[in-house]
Ligand binder design. Sequence first.
Ligand code: PRP
Ligand code: URA
Length: 209
Amino acid sequence: MDNQVHEMHHPLIMHKISILRDKETTTRDFRELVYEIALLMGYEATRDLETVERPVETPITQTTGKFISKQVALVPILRAGLGMVDALMSLIPAAKVGHIGLYRDHDTHEPVEYYCKLPSDISERQILVLDPMLATGGSAAAAIDFIKKRGGKKIKLMCIIAAPEGVKAVAEAHPDVEIFCGTIDEKLNENCYIVPGLGDAGDRLFGTL
Ligand code: PRP
Ligand code: URA
């Protein structure tokens, strides 16, 4: 599991997550911070994207450029994963975007699916699953199951705040999926919220508190 999980430990990311946690942070700032953190994490999560060489003519001479060869699919888990899409799209404008709609049942904390639409060539693509919160891991593990059932093979998960319980659950259910976390928090509380966490990410992102 150690090679599978990457915690960012980067001062810029730590700083921005600390503001994100603050209950006084406005919806507007929250959205902007999620964008900025996803952008910084995107740099790490795309570090091993395959490249191909092609000739490029600069104003000075001919050279060989390296270009991303594998197509990418971004798959946000609705709702809160939507907050990370624009950042990744600005890094990889040619990426296609699939959507998986899941919510946690308030009593059982189990994920309930309500939407799934993925690119038809999902099996060919490097897939980045996006969700700012990895709590019990139920939503992420279910989303990855859906993607695999529809042919997805090369999958990474990006989350901003994770609980140790969620990291363990996803790592056990999907040992082939690398997990990129902004930070790993202390624990889950009795309502399966991450402690210290930031509360309900979807509500804070969309102002539905
Ligand atoms: C949140 C979050 C994750 C999920 C994490 O979504 O965005 O998808 O909870 O919890 P888990 O790891 O225990 O499954 P939520 O269910 O609140 O739905 P929402 O984004 O529509 O508010
Ligand atoms: N979902 C959230 O949005 N926050 C948590 O702490 C746990 C699940």
